[in-house]
Write a protein of this length. Structure first.
Lengths: 564, 564
């Protein structure tokens, strides 16, 4: 008889671990215990099922050739037993038994194990807000959540939807809600959208985009209560009241670590604690996927980073180790990507805010630019922010957003982060170039160049937020806008202290500029602004007085006059 | 007075070096000598100008805001002097002078230098084939080549075009030629398309795609002569004769290293030799861009890798060093990308053929799969081949092609190659995942997994070429095709030794299979084939007899019966 392996949880990590160990050790007896009706499904596809890109929810449970991954499939193909509608209720580590309960009839039994895998996933956060149990308030996590929400969208008594939480799931559901004809409000407690992914200055273009699509964004506002008579009719926030026929609660997820904690296994606020072999504090018990704490390779700290990609990798590593191999999973970089109403958003590593919270000194660059050579008709804007450690030049993180291509840049940055690369390594990366794909110097390389220039003392730059503070404090400085007159017509800063000299005239007219005030140079994206700053220094201006506005007028998230 | 810096060549590396040193050292006197009419243009955009994606050739010479980068621009904005229509004819390294000649009036003068930059680029190869000087035979390198070719396409006496060379430029020009209504033939001396980028098995799907668009491909055939009366009318190859109203000669490029060689500077077959500082054998002379030999970070050998991206990076590094900094450029990974008639092709690192030529033992994987989760309507196929060093697991190269997304995977692989990553590092890379972008386990990660499985002895696989040889030798083995009956109807191998057992039945029916013959398992892409092989081993089949067909039937480039 082979060793008995029990796997708790049948969505991503669990089935992967079960099938992997069975491939490596066919003698193992492997059983998966899953409390739901379905096994091994693509939960991340749910927003696209709601929207119609995925025609049938069953598509999320099939293999690429259309075979349903059900109990029979797992038995026949994988040699793995599956118990559906079966909840694991407790672990007896001394006896090495898991007690499971049939959720339909309540019958309990004890499953003995030699090795156990906990892959219990996560649950949506449901804070104890008054009225939270009213009908019409939905979460989106499981297939049946998806089916219920889709039905609720079709049957809602009216067309007012409120999304609570401007995180990934909440924003990914804007498209299906708008497509279904809802008026959509988003309530987010933190002051900006995707607060876990982005720095505030990077969230601004995203928020403008979302608003431009007709969504009402209420950032920096929390839900006080849900009101209604049996079913939800209003969301009362700290600042306002919003009619609601449907509510999507998308505040985040919490690891399902209860069963592990109850069994005396080490857990933390961010889930079950595991080592690099994904072994818990009990050497016979492994854990992976959304229920465990991850290790952030950039900060060296524990984080909670529930991702379908990581869960699948965890499954493979656990499968290896169950079979007696010695495989490790060192950690994650916090990579994420999403498309919000046609606007791409991606992040890897840590934000500037994260880095400063870690006490790090950083250099950043802010580069809005086309994703392909500007002469290609199909080129589209992307905003990129890069964060590096000041003293070492080590890359810490990248944020990218806009209508243009983000995936190649974020994945490249993730690979660089994994290797502990510096911005110099980033510059040297031999990224692919051809006009239908990318500029000769990729946006990622330009972002690294800007940080190199700052590190090497070629330019001093203010972030938009720093300049805004100067304006608010009434500081005496001038903007030097070096764009062409035509560009100026299209978009300009609405302040009185703006001097306009097109770049080609800066050498000639430098003498007209004040030498006693700070000069903050800018152009569209601040590449010409940088040229202007270098010219002024060459013309003898005090370098300490010559500054650059990071990201130029395109990245300026505050007031501007636009006539496009 | 500042130091005198002369830069020979005004396309990419030269202007970049000139402007960079001027920004770092405003006192420098910098002059660019360019033999053409134009400076600082996007030569890589020429195929897209021919095709119409770039409306005006002038767009290739403007900044992103539409300012023309002409002599005045360089003077006013960059502080750099430009001599157009001026050819550098010789370098006197003792006197530190460059002799230049005005190509219009032949007047010569000597330009003294403290530091010299050679950025003379490359020239199209024009072999001494009989008739090569006939009218109607074009190359594509400079802006004026582009303008002439576009005019020639409009004015050609007929609609027969022959492209000589199935390299990047030749294939990128298929789209403009087809759009302009030409019947297009491609003649390539080597046996397959993009021979410098791909292994033959990877070139097959590309060649099928090109042929499906109506292009006649003549691979493994060389041009014997061009014939015609003043203007070209026929291309006579070793095997056939093709009517031609227009010929595009796209055999490749050679570094313009003559002026350096004549001056006694070290040069090789692949261009001017430079160190990591891009300094030539003369410490006062730098060189960069298409005229220099590159260093391949994967093989540790010199290669010729003329790329606009590299040329721009070279310019920055040379600018730094001209200013007295100490910057290095270590090398390239041979990354390239292109879109051929809607089919993407990308490569980084080295091919299996390259690796074997280096005497390396390798492991490879061949993974055709959707670029997004299969349940997303927008998912498209990509073929990926990964090559790793057998003993160390070091990643050596990746080739990707198909209608789907290739850029993110190739750039990620390039970043991994740069860091000397192994396939285990590749697996652990925290690539971005969301259904509109990528599968939970990215294609690159799956490709690494397949190599891990081979390395770890979980599966023995044959490449399609190896299996084809077995067939041709008449070896006695069986194919085990484990796809569903429906899949079988759509596409199948036309051989008599194919046994069909759907994967779900393999455990039950294993006993029906021969134990004395080799069994080569396959499915659509060979993931289920791998499952089948594991099942057979678990059922006691001799592991040495159980094999996998790499890449499944999708990657099988030979005979197959298709009813789609």
């Amino acid at each position: 008889m082979g060793r008995k392996i029990v796997v708790i949880g049948g969505v991503a990590c669990g089935p992967k671990a079960a099938c992997r160990v069975k491939r490596l050790d066919p003698s193992a007896e492997v059983v998966i215990v899953e409390k739901g009706e379905e096994i091994s499904y693509g939960a991340c596809g749910l927003p696209f099922y709601l929207e119609g890109e995925v025609p049938d929810v069953k598509d999320l449970t099939t293999t690429p050739v259309g075979v349903v991954r059900d109990v029979n499939f797992f038995k026949a193909v994988k040699g793995v037993d599956v118990l559906l509608n079966t909840e694991a209720v407790s672990i007896d580590r001394k006896k090495k038994e898991v007690t499971v309960r049939n959720v339909k009839d309540g019958a309990e039994e004890a499953l003995p194990y030699d090795k156990l895998v906990i892959a219990t996933g996560s649950s949506p956060v449901r804070p104890p807000i008054p009225g939270i149990d009213l009908e019409g308030i939905h979460c989106l996590k499981t297939l049946s959540d998806g089916v219920e929400l889709k039905k609720a969208m079709e049957q809602a008594p009216g067309k007012n939807a409120v999304v609570v939480g401007a995180g990934l799931i909440g924003l990914e559901c804007l498209e299906p809600l708008l497509k279904a004809g809802f008026n959509v409000h988003v309530v987010e407690k933190l002051p900006f959208a995707l607060p876990a992914l982005l720095d505030e200055e990077m969230a601004v273009p995203l928020m403008k985009h979302i608003t431009s699509k007709g969504v009402m964004l209420h950032c920096g506002d929390g839900v006080a209560s849900f009101e209604g008579d049996g079913r939800v009719q209003r969301v009362v926030t700290e600042k306002t009241e919003i009619a609601a026929d449907l509510v999507l609660l998308a505040i985040g997820f919490r690891p399902n670590a209860g069963i592990a904690k109850d069994a005396g296994i080490d857990t933390g606020r961010m889930g079950i604690k595991v080592d690099a072999h994904l072994r818990t504090s009990d050497p016979d018990i492994y854990a992976g996927g959304d229920c465990v704490e991850s290790y952030n390779l950039v900060t060296g700290r524990s984080i909670y980073a529930p991702m379908g990609s990581t869960a699948n990798k965890h499954g493979r590593i656990i499968g290896d180790n169950l079979a007696g191999w010695n495989s490790t999973f060192l950690g994650v970089c916090g990579t994420g990507v999403c498309n919000i109403l046609g606007f791409n958003v991606a992040r890897t590593g840590i934000t500037e805010r994260d880095a400063r919270n870690e006490g790090m000194e950083v250099l950043t660059s802010l580069c809005p630019a086309p994703d392909k050579p500007h002469y290609m008709k199909g080129s589209k804007l992307i905003h990129m922010k890069m964060v590096a450690e000041k003293h070492t030049g080590r890359l810490l993180g990248v944020q990218i957003l806009g209508p243009g291509e983000v995936l190649s840049r974020i994945d490249t940055a993730a690979a660089l982060l994994k290797s502990g690369a510096t911005i110099d390594d980033c510059f040297e990366t031999d990224m692919a170039y051809a006009p239908p794909f990318s500029p000769a110097l990729d946006n990622l390389i330009v972002a690294a160049n800007v940080i190199q220039n700052k590190r090497d003392g070629l330019v001093r730059a203010y972030t938009p937020a720093e300049v805004k503070e100067k304006l608010d404090r009434g500081e005496d400085f001038v903007f030097l806008d070096v764009r062409t007159p035509k560009e100026l017509e299209q978009m300009r800063l609405p302040y009185e202290n703006v001097i306009h000299i097109p770049l080609g005239m800066v050498r000639k007219k430098a003498q007209e500029l004040p030498r006693d005030k700070e000069i903050i140079c800018l152009c569209k994206i601040s590449l010409r602004g940088y040229e202007a700053a270098r010219i002024l220094e060459a013309e003898g201006f005090n370098p300490g007085k010559v500054w650059l506005l990071d990201g130029g007028i395109v990245a300026w998230p505050y007031e501007k006059i636009v006539n496009m």
